[in-house]
Design a protein around this ligand. Sequence first.
Ligand code: ASP
Ligand code: MG
Length: 442
Amino acid sequence: MAAQPVCASGPGGSGELAAGVAMAVVVMKFGGTSVANVERIRNVCRHVKREVDAGNKVAVVVSAMSGATNQLVAWVREASLLHDAREYDAIVASGEQVTAGLTAIVLQSMGLQARSWQGWQIPVITDKAHGAARILDIKGETLRERLDQGEVAVVTGFQGIEPERNRIATLGRGGSDTSAVALAVALKADVCDIYTDVDGVYTTDPRIVPKAQRLPKVSYEEMLEMASLGSKVLQTRSVELAMLYRMRTRVLSSFVAPEAMQPFRLDGLEDIGTIVCDEDEIVEQQVVSGIAYAKDEAKITILKVADKPGIAARVFGPLAEANINVDMIVQNITPDGKFTDMTFTVQAAELPRTLEVLKSAKESIGYNDVMASADVVKVSVIGVGMRSHAGVAAQMFQALASKGINILAISTSEIKISVLIEAPYAELAVRSLHSLYGLDKD
Ligand code: ASP
Ligand code: MG
């Protein structure tokens, strides 16, 4: 997937000296649970004040209060299941507007200069893909000037403006992370701090494996795999963008007492949260850094298709046209060599559409039957160290076999191995692999 272009258009550069201390430009993003009510917003503002008091220039990016976007989406659906995408965006973008205004008011009440900004006011320019728009450019000059004058800019995440039709556009669910990274790039920030309700990125989900550990650092590549393989900490697109622009991004908890945390300093990052950074910055690189799992997979098997050239194209062509992403693919051979079964996975939410497409392409593909199951889970082992270490896959398959876990499909990349297994075995698989690769905390 191509990362989106963002042009840095601010005057940029930080590191001016004020009383001998280098000031940094810091983007602080707060997710829905961090701004769930006015009390939580007050807490967030104390985090902001800590940075301002230390001399940092701060731009804040906020999400809608938790649950707000879901409510807005529900109202849209209630109004009409088939709705205009531009109006959908006009409605769902409003959640962030409320949070930004409230945050600015609370900051002002704490004696800080603050002003809220919506996407169209900056502006954050997007393409036309309403509901899943990409940021094309952020005109950062005005914000940067305000920051230089000591004002805190509070920016709505998740939204921008599509200039041709002059309409609000949203970036897709979880898009505030991407707004934050893009703004950090445009402002030439020194760091993009993403505050959430967990204190960093973990080797795996701590709710499943209590022995999971916080990763002090993780590379862009690994984070990208983790984000797209089910770790919900950062929106995948935000990681793509951070990687493209080498924007150092931290994942931190807003639930830690604001005054107990050190402000950001150019000369060193505290050992808090997780820093998403270049591979070279990570000294003690493990072979495997994390285990991810994704429950929202569905498996489809097409039975008895002809084993001859062109069949795969006839199966996957119509799916691509319908914009359905296929992930893992397995093709078996039947004993007579003339026919084969084909298994692949899609997002569970896409299962009904996938079955529709296959049904209407039945004649052109030529198959006997289709079987489908959403009771499957994809478990993935991720680590840049795999590039230089052989045997990671063999170990993984051996470990799963010894627990009696059957592998339904496999896919790999340079830095990850994914297996599809039956859903009831997911936790056992994640736990076994976590200890197999030495990730358990003592
Ligand atoms: N409020 C939007 C959502 O819930 C964007 C975000 O929180 O990142 O998807
Ligand atoms: Mg989020």
